[in-house]
Design a protein around this ligand. Structure first.
Ligand code: OTN
Length: 480
């Protein structure tokens, strides 16, 4: 039979989320028109007048970048609701947008569905406009907002809860701080219960949600990154809550952690989350985006890229171009999986059962069919052999994560000048691992040695690719 699962396991919602790999997060509120990052909640709704707004221009630009989902910030810290909510007057119906008859969340949803993309929603717990913020009444209103959002916009793949959720505001026209205890104020279990009940297929993003924050906004997981995590409260707190969790440990996660809580790497395409004219020339390049991709998607996380429409309600041409260039690059990179033309031999196959556990399962594009070894075999190797020499620099491995995250160390050898030569070593595999060799290698044989695993092996994918043109990654090393 199949190997026993190991450790904490993903839910069905986790699996669906994992397969997206990359999606975008759209920040667009009156804050855009104030040229700020964190609005105070003091903007007159009349300034929200994106006369050329076109959700499909924004969504299709993301799609061209290879992104498979769209999360809309339906309400940011400034408290302005992009949908005609019943919970507060501070919403889109008081703006000139579509003469006060508009629902921008709906327009984004329709555009995403038309583009064949998944849809998700962010609603800020912190609200710098709501007069009730800091009292129990606000929490009731916040929950009503979530109920509206999770009821009227179809099936969501993610509900997103920001840990930036306390501090001052501009309540009733006066700047004021309302002290709250972020671990208890929002009643997270009940609040998240709304997502669980109304959107059972969605994962909850939060430091200690179904999907964890990776701990930085640079888009990097650690070189060794586990999908399991054991959240702990920050010093002096009793419960781990958004913004009050050991997110310093989040880049690595926890080996054999209590929960399946894979990382999401959020990072804006520009410097900040909102559009600023003076950043038009600070849009990330293909090489920067590829570095981020390798350190997020390539380390088993999902990449959540922030995109920001301008005051016209459109993505700037520089952003559109950056996304398209990146998407074209990925398409070329993945256009030819050299593993498909290799003969793949394994040092052993579980129960000699070629059909269930053989190497054919490694190249069938199914994340849950797999090559496996017998229960007591924790070290094993695969050899890929081609009729002719091949040139490549990227190797992809995936485990069947329905059986947990198992592998801890893998080494790679290439057959060069009549000898095996070690070309790379890697650690955690999980849902996806991209190993990028510093230079192209040319060889007719590649050996993959699984050197450390606490249990038998259940590998679902081997991919071998050649970067279209070798990208020179940014020189500065910003992660560990
Ligand atoms: O000042 N901040 O609140 C801040 C600065 C830099 C990076 C993150 C934050 S807040 C942080 O945001 C995350 C999403 O990017 C998560 O929501 C965390 O819970 C939150 O603490």
């Amino acid at each position: 039979g199949p190997p026993a699962p190991y450790g904490a396991l993903p839910t069905e919602a986790h699996l669906q989320w994992q397969e997206l790999e990359q999606y975008v997060l759209v920040h667009f509120t009156p804050t855009t028109f104030q040229n700020k990052e964190w609005g105070y909640g003091d903007a007159d709704p009349k300034i929200f007048n994106p006369s050329k707004f076109d959700a499909s221009q924004i969504v299709n630009a993301a799609k061209a970048g290879g992104f498979k989902g769209v999360i809309v910030v339906a309400k940011h810290h400034d408290g302005f609701c992009l949908w005609p909510t019943k919970t507060t007057d501070y919403n889109i119906s008081k703006s000139p947008f579509r003469n006060g008859k508009g629902d921008m969340v709906k327009e984004f949803e329709v555009a995403a569905r038309n583009a064949g993309m998944k849809f998700g929603l962010y609603c800020s717990p912190w609200d710098r406009n709501n007069e009730y913020y800091g009292t129990p009444e606000y929490v009731t209103k916040f929950r009503e907002q979530l109920t509206e959002l999770y009821t009227n916009y179809g099936k969501l793949f993610i509900t997103w809860f920001d840990g930036a959720n306390g501090g001052d505001g501009y309540y009733g026209g006066k700047k004021e701080k309302r002290n709250i205890d972020r671990t208890t104020y929002y009643g997270w279990d009940t609040t998240w219960g709304i997502s669980k009940k109304l959107q059972p297929g969605a994962v909850i993003f939060a430091d200690n949600g179904d999907v964890r924050w990776v701990g930085n906004e640079q888009g990097f997981a650690a070189e060794t990154s586990w999908a399991t995590f054991t959240p702990e409260p920050t010093a002096g707190k009793l419960v781990a809550a958004p913004g009050e969790t050991n997110s310093d440990k989040a880049p690595e996660g926890t080996r054999n952690g209590k929960y399946w809580k894979p990382a999401e790497c959020d990072v804006p395409l520009r410097n900040g989350w909102f559009y600023h004219t003076n950043e038009d020339n600070h849009v990330k390049s293909v090489s920067e985006l590829f570095e981020i991709y390798l350190k997020s998607v390539g380390r088993g996380a999902c990449l959540d890229l922030g995109i920001s429409p301008n005051t016209d309600g459109l993505l700037h041409p520089n952003d559109v171009k950056a996304l398209k260039d990146f998407g074209d690059f990925l398409k070329k990179l993945y256009s030819d999986n050299l593993a498909n033309s290799a003969v793949i031999k394994a040092s052993e196959i579980r129960g000699d059962n070629e059909i269930f556990f053989g190497t054919k399962n490694l190249t069938d594009n199914d994340r849950y069919s797999y090559w496996a070894t017998n229960d007591d075999v924790k070290k094993a190797s695969l050899t890929l052999e081609w009729k002719k020499e091949q040139t490549f620099n990227i190797i992809r491995l995936r485990e069947n994560i329905k059986l947990g995250q198992r592998i801890e160390k893998v080494e790679f050898d290439a057959f060069i000048n009549g000898k095996w030569k070690k070309v790379a070593t890697t650690t955690s595999i999980g849902a996806n691992r991209l190993v990028r060799l510093p230079n192209y290698i040319t060889t007719s044989k590649l050996r993959i040695r699984i050197e450390e695993s606490p249990v038998c092996i259940a590998l679902s994918d081997v991919g071998v690719f050649k970067e279209p043109e070798q990208v020179s990654l940014p020189k500065i090393k910003r992660d560990k």
